[in-house]
Design a binder for this molecule. Structure first.
Ligand SMILES: [Zn+2]
Length: 147
């Protein structure tokens, strides 16, 4: 039984809504959330500010990926060192030249963020592939109904 049935779309809608309100950061507008039992524990967007956590998990020094910030916020909020049983959701929003959001793009975490996922023992990563389609690190693909 897949416990996200019926709610994965709702969670990604929340991530999309948050991302729509954010300015584009570098080449992408990405929103990530740490989720436990269908509830969002922390949420973050990619940032133009560097962060020591990003430096630990990648060679990026001038920006910080949304995944890293979401994990950092979750551990701070929960006051834990690991996140077993928690999932990470990642959404990339695609925009036209005029800034209108037109859909989702591939948000598979980079190697550095995947190392952070492994280090913090998160359960599973769900990431947008294209509009209405979400994949996981285990190869499953979900087609979501998006309003
Ligand atoms: Zn990354």
């Amino acid at each position: 039984m897949e416990r996200y049935r019926g709610t994965l779309g709702r969670l990604f809608t929340v991530l999309s809504d948050v991302g729509c309100d954010q300015p584009k950061v570098g080449a992408a507008r990405v929103v990530a959330a740490v989720v436990y039992r269908r509830s969002i524990v922390s949420i973050a967007t990619n940032s133009l500010r560097g962060d020591p956590w990003q430096a630990r998990y990648g060679d990026e020094t001038h920006t910080t990926h949304a995944e890293i910030l979401a994990i950092k916020r979750a551990t701070a909020h929960l006051r834990v060192r690991k996140l077993p049983g928690y999932d990470l959701l990642v959404c990339r929003l695609c925009a036209q030249v005029n800034g209108d959001i037109i859909g989702w793009g591939l948000a598979k975490p980079c190697a550095g963020c995947q190392r952070a996922v492994d280090d913090f023992e998160l359960n599973r990563v769900y990431y947008t592939i294209t509009s209405g389609v979400v994949g996981t690190s285990t190869g499953r693909v979900y087609h979501l109904s998006v309003d």
